[in-house]
Design a protein. Structure first.
Ligand code: DHB
Ligand code: FE
Length: 279
């Protein structure tokens, strides 16, 4: 039987990659953020996952405004990183797990979701940065990847309720998977931030706390807000919390918080890190 060991959530600001590259982890600006990661690393070391099911949003590397799937599931044997224009180093590739990807896709379609299936897919900073934070010394990533992309970019976006339901469908897939893998679920992005327009730089600690306080015990609380309300509360890019909501659904019905860190600003973002375990 496969085992779902828990869930790791973190912001994915590209500037984090620059800080790692420069070795700025201990500087006053970055230390309060990076101090949130030793407990994540210890937890991963104890849990030893060998597969990661990652919910994130593509930022233009695979999909642009001309073609934007609401939900996309990777089913590739390998996922390469590519230059997105942030000036970051190229990050390590991931091995895929196509059989598990197709099992997830089968369950999603059986549950009446209509994902785009991607047998070729690149990974952007939304996946590479969370792994650089979690496994800073890895020569190669210790997990195989099942990436699930959610449109948080081009409106109309899927509702929070729909994303939680998507995650719950993925949970059903993981629960019926006959392999003996140790699986970690990951949600990346958020929390509140806005990169564009009149409110550029907007962050909202009250809404972020509401999300962090409810994600483990009552994720449905996060689905009470419409997309328009989430944009108002979290900012235009803060809607990346949809990735967290879907990942929480994939963790299963009951969860307990193991670790939390919250610090702002990191670039334009209120940066949060969270580890949950299933009960
Ligand atoms: C920033 C945050 C993001 O989520 C992102 O994808 C790009 C940039 C930022 O705060 O700089
Ligand atoms: Fe982002």
């Amino acid at each position: 039987m496969a085992e779902l060991v828990g869930a790791y959530f973190t912001s994915h600001v590209p500037g984090i990659g620059g800080a790692i590259h420069r070795g700025d982890q201990e500087t006053p600006y970055w230390k309060p953020f990076f101090d949130g990661f030793p407990p994540v690393r210890e937890w991963l070391e104890a849990m030893r996952p060998d597969v990661a099911v990652v919910f994130s949003n593509d930022h233009g590397l695979n999909f642009f405004l001309d073609k934007m799937p609401t939900f996309a599931v990777g089913a590739a044997a390998e996922y390469r990183n590519a230059d997105e224009g942030w000036g970051l180093p190229l990050y390590k590739s991931f091995a895929g797990h196509p059989a598990l990807s197709w099992h997830v896709i089968e369950q999603l379609v059986a549950d009446e979701f209509d994902p785009v299936t991607c047998q070729a897919m690149l990974v952007d900073h939304a996946i590479s940065i969370p792994f650089e934070l979690a496994y800073p010394d890895a020569a190669e990533w210790p997990v195989r990847l099942v990436p699930i992309g959610i449109n948080t970019v081009q409106h109309p976006l899927p509702s929070a309720r729909r994303c939680l339901a998507l995650g719950r469908s993925v949970h059903r897939a993981l629960a019926s998977w006959p392999g003996n893998e140790r699986i970690v679920v990951i949600g990346t992005g958020g929390l509140s931030h806005q990169l564009d327009g009149e409110r550029a730089g907007f962050m909202n600690p009250d809404y972020d706390r509401f999300c962090l306080d409810n994600l483990a015990a009552d994720p449905d609380a996060l689905t009470r807000h419409s997309i328009e309300e989430i944009v108002r509360l979290a900012g235009t890019q803060g809607v990346e919390v949809l990735n967290w909501i879907a990942a929480r659904g994939a963790l299963g019905p009951a969860a307990v918080e193991i670790h939390r860190n919250y610090h702002l600003p990191i670039s334009n973002t209120a940066a949060a890190t969270l580890v949950l375990e299933p009960v």
